[in-house]
Design a binder for this molecule. Sequence first.
Ligand code: AMP
Length: 350
Amino acid sequence: MMALAGYPLGVRCTFLDRSAAAPGAQVAPILVGPLEDAALLAKLASDNDVVTFDWENISGTALAPLEKLTSIRPPRAALEISQDRLREKALFKRLKIPVAEHAKVDTRDQLVLAAAKLGVPGVLKTRRMGYDGKGQFVVRRAQDIERAWDQLGAEDLIYEKFQAFTREVSIVGARSAAGDIVCYPLSANSHGDGILRYTVAPYTSPAIERSAKIYLKRVMSALNYVGVLAIEFFVVKGRLIANEMAPRVHNSGHWTIEGCVTSQFENHLRAICDLPLGSTRTLGHAAMINFLGRMPDRKRLLQIDGLAFHDYGKEARPGRKLGHCTILKADIADRNRALLHALKLIKPAD
Ligand code: AMP
């Protein structure tokens, strides 16, 4: 999606991926090998004007030597902070952005203490390498502690108070090196098993959107950020609680391809290539639905008026994001009707 956004701008992407079957290889040249291979990274850096990433679990240490060869955007510090839930929460707290009460957990005793102090239910998470609900255990009762520890105890952990949220929302925006910032409207996200199933946008809640944009700008400015950044929040009693940030284009921003004047992918490229940022004005009411584990019936979905279909060309695996569709309508009720219809046609694989 990034490469496709680049072509009209005259921006050409080259990818580094572990597999020659990676989706990017369908539309751009690709280097194949481990993401942390020093020689491949050096080649990528010396052959290109800027290096970016769309997955945040790549090691900052591997990227560090490239800073001598080219610009790394977003900055490595943002990547490294987002890789560690504890550092991420510390940054949010420093910037006066509310977060769930939490405790660092390195031992079984610390977990028992954290659950006693913060209460159950709570969520035990790995500090690193967790995404899409991976590396998480919901501790519903004190009796769950043992199992939670058995499952995750081998890693550095964080215990968070469970948030009884009414909504999950995310804000996506882009910042240029000159400090210009554009924000997309708020997206409302529905998850199942920790993985994003669908997003609707714009989610109209002016007060919440205002706070989300202030928080996003605060984080971007503090990190001297360049590129697209997303922050996910829980809405609890009408207030935002920051859950995590993603220093990259974000799944909850995919609707901007059809739903906004300039997509998140294009604005990411504009930001990292020192081009003026584009308008984030919306073109209607959008809904984006992920295709998880199996591709839906394309013919039936394409009968829905205003639906755009995206097949990433990935091999099917349970839970894997294989593509998505976006519905765009002028009217919110029409959008909701079409969303319900599409959801019936898109069943995630078990
Ligand atoms: P994460 O990997 O932190 O984005 O978590 C994945 C999903 O798990 C979130 O989108 C929520 O639906 C749920 N979740 C994570 N942390 C909490 C929490 N502290 N309280 C309630 N639900 C949570």
